[in-house]
Design a protein around this ligand. Sequence first.
Ligand SMILES: CC(C)(COP(=O)(O)OP(=O)(O)OC[C@H]1O[C@@H](n2cnc3c(N)ncnc32)[C@H](O)[C@@H]1OP(=O)(O)O)[C@@H](O)C(=O)NCCC(=O)NCCS
Length: 191
Amino acid sequence: MIFVSNHRKVNIRKLETSDFDALILYFQNLSESTKKRFGPHAFDKQTLIDLYAAPTDFIGFIAIETNTGIIVAYIIIKAGYLQHDSFRLQSYGLTPDHETDCTFAPSVADLWQSSGLGSAMFGYIIQYLKASGIKRIILWGGVQSNNEKAINFYKKHGFRTLGQFEYHGMNEDMIMDLFNLNNTSHKDAKF
Ligand SMILES: CC(C)(COP(=O)(O)OP(=O)(O)OC[C@H]1O[C@@H](n2cnc3c(N)ncnc32)[C@H](O)[C@@H]1OP(=O)(O)O)[C@@H](O)C(=O)NCCC(=O)NCCS
């Protein structure tokens, strides 16, 4: 999928193993403030190999500037839920479901934030998740309560707050229900 902003064009697609070096560069160029907001995993090559090189529960999506080949956004999705979040999720009365839940962490390069790119990626990913039989999207470790940009982003896209918890400051657990599932075969389109 192509997204255009200020005459700059990016291609949104799934992460492939050949993207790992470009993705490491992306991590290295993130500002400290973005890294404080986004840290689902270590930003080294071995971690990427462990997460993505063989079929696993993880899938990555990237946005690449078409004229430079530079990665400008990265989103990771895990099938199901994080084990260390499950106790908290259950405390809100939720029953986490490994088959139909997924866990989500988005990031956009600093210079591209607030350009609509995160929303474009989210729209693209939603289609993929619906086709995979996913019914709920859970935030990966919640979102920091003072991360106004991200909280606005999630609310705009239909997430609701489940509750708050303390971890290096206050955080919000948020979730989105995916309604209007189409009838694409779930078995054919797994992670
Ligand atoms: C959160 C993030 C993924 C959103 O992506 P984005 O491309 O910046 O967002 P978009 O441009 O698509 O904006 C969508 C909505 O987000 C909110 N938003 C975006 N930028 C904002 C800003 N500077 N201030 C307040 N709200 C903002 C708005 O609700 C906006 O909708 P609007 O344009 O109709 O006002 C991105 O800003 C990011 O990577 N932030 C740093 C890392 C991070 O916080 N990740 C989430 C960890 S939980």
